[in-house]
Design a protein around this ligand. Structure first.
Ligand SMILES: [Zn+2]
Length: 265
């Protein structure tokens, strides 16, 4: 599932290949991808215009249109944004395609849970979606993290995954962040000390920066991660990269996660 680092990679791809170029055509191949807008309204709003800036907030990607307003994208469980050159082969399961003079940008999504939309401005979109601060924003500091988890009776893992508390962290990266911070993911969020939250904050920034720098979501991504990461071991039979012991699966609130019972407390 695309989390902050994956969406940041999509944002960079759109910025590199789709900015300041006339969008010759918009093809909505699956009407669900733009719901509740009609495919026609979505396409007509964008066709003939240009994207002039990109932004990411948590797991949402936004692209500003030259005549004002923004296109929004959320990638659901399996969405991705791919650039295909003039002679390239498009990916499978394309739901939306943006045609530029030299190539196209495809929104592919096998499971069809991703969505694209339109909004007048970013701040009201963030408010409407009830998103907390972006996890990588400089303003998301220790004070902000303390506010995000204050009084929460849920586990620290669930608190970090709550997009209204902090935006961008999902099931996979919450495991890595808590492993790196050596915190048991099942602990109650409100009972963590300031020092423990400080460790978590540092790892949110560090883990995401490393994942982005190493090409999150790309082929052989796990092989490019530091050997100290638990991500490639999130599976049955996985071994803790720190102590070599077995990683353990746990379930809470309908979600499952992995941790090392020896290294995380
Ligand atoms: Zn361990």
């Amino acid at each position: 599932m695309p989390e902050l680092p994956d969406v940041e990679i999509f944002r960079r791809r759109l910025a590199a290949k789709g900015l300041k170029r006339a969008i010759r055509g918009v093809s909505v191949r699956d009407p669900r991808a733009v719901r509740p807008l009609s495919p026609r309204r979505f396409a007509e709003h964008i066709r003939g215009r240009k994207f002039v800036a990109t932004r990411r907030h948590g797991k949402h990607l936004l692209a500003r249109l030259d005549k004002g307003g923004w296109m929004t994208m959320h990638f659901g469980m399996t969405g991705s944004l791919e650039f295909v050159g003039p002679k390239g082969k498009p990916p499978r399961f394309v739901r939306l395609a943006f045609d530029f003079a030299r190539g196209q940008i495809d929104f592919a999504d096998p499971r069809r849970l991703g969505r694209a939309g339109l909004t007048g401005d970013v701040e009201s979109f963030i408010a409407k979606e009830r998103l907390g601060p972006d996890a990588l924003a400089p303003s998301f500091n220790l004070t902000a993290l303390k506010q995000a988890v204050a009084g929460r009776k849920t586990s620290i893992k669930a608190a970090l995954m709550d997009q209204s508390a902090v935006a961008g962290i999902g099931n996979i990266y919450s495991d890595e962040i808590l492993f790196q911070a050596r915190i048991d993911p099942r602990r109650q969020a409100k009972k963590l000390s300031g020092a423990e939250l400080s460790r978590i904050l540092r790892q949110i920034k560090r883990v995401f920066k490393i994942a982005i720098a190493r090409g999150a979501g790309s082929e052989h991504f796990f092989e490019r991660l530091p050997r100290s990461f638990i991500l490639p071991q999130r599976k049955k039979g996985g071994k803790c990269p720190s102590c070599g012991g077995p990683v353990r699966l746990f379930k809470s609130g309908g979600r499952s996660g992995y941790y090392c019972p020896r290294c995380q407390s």
